[in-house]
Design a protein around this ligand. Structure first.
Ligand SMILES: O=C(O)CCC(=O)C(=O)O
Length: 259
């Protein structure tokens, strides 16, 4: 469970490094599951929703959406008791569902950049913009192999995705925005640890310049107050079973916590 101080820190900064949620032997299983799912991507049977390189050919970032639908160990992970209970503490939710998950794999040496963004504006089929992500490292992740960076307090500034999308390079973050100081903080995470961030926090990750792979899974949660917005678009839209304006639910958005 998180302490009162940790919860306050999350609300102030828009992110929080949690503790270990997965023991080493399970990390090994999850790593091999990532490879198995990639190798079996053209086989019949259960597959993730999406598996592709979301960056350039020369600087790949492999994204696998909803690996939990293709892998039993990852299905166990989205139900991880510690993650779900801490997520309930951070969101104040009495029920939590998985919005979706995504593996973000930056291969050694060549792995590319994940540019600055906010999650919620990229998820326009959900409202309100209050989702929180539990990001679990499957490798020790640091500055060299492309750990995430966060701008503390930016989750309180509203939707500025159009502004962030104007940046050409990862280093383009200014030191001030609308009169507020902007600070970039590196967020190293050890394998098996969880790192939480709010869906409006400015964040991204630099290239993997190390000889080590950088594998992680972002598990995106939504609360019992999250509604469907039919006017938006998203890769998960085809799986939505509710009408415009209704509370999100359905078998592709499993209930993982109920108080
Ligand atoms: O893994 C990364 O580098 C970025 C992940 C991310 O953007 C997210 O979890 O929202």
């Amino acid at each position: 469970m998180l302490t009162k101080e940790e919860i306050e820190k999350f609300h102030r900064d828009g992110y929080l490094r949690g503790g270990t949620v997965v023991p080493d032997e399970v990390v090994e299983v999850l790593r091999s599951e990532v490879l198995r799912v990639i190798d079996n991507r053209n086989e019949p049977g259960f597959q993730p929703v999406l598996l592709h390189n979301m960056a350039g050919e020369d600087a790949p970032v492999w994204q696998i959406v909803n690996i939990w639908e293709a892998s039993e160990p990852f299905r166990d992970l989205i139900h991880n008791k510690k993650i779900c209970e801490e997520m309930a503490q951070l969101t104040g939710a009495s029920q939590l569902r998985i919005w979706h998950d995504q593996i973000q794999y930056k291969p050694a040496t060549t792995g590319g950049v994940n540019m600055w963004h906010q999650d919620a504006p990229l998820w326009p089929i959900l409202a309100p913009m209050t989702e929180v992500t539990a990001w679990v490292a499957l490798d020790d992740v640091d500055e060299e192999n492309g750990c995430m960076s966060m701008v503390p307090g930016s989750h309180l500034w509203g939707d500025h995705m159009n502004y962030l999308a104007t940046f050409k390079k990862f280093e383009d973050m200014p030191s001030e925005f609308e009169g507020k100081p902007v600070e970039v903080r590196l967020c190293p995470v050890k394998k098996g640890e969880v790192h939480f961030h709010h869906a409006l926090t400015w964040h991204g990750s630099n290239a993997n310049r190390s000889g080590r792979p950088r594998r992680a899974i972002a598990i995106h949660f939504m609360t019992e107050n999250t509604r469907y917005v039919a006017s938006g678009n998203h890769v998960m839209k085809e799986f939505v079973e509710v009408a415009d304006g209704e509370i999100m639910r359905g078998e592709h958005f499993p209930l993982v916590y109920s108080a």
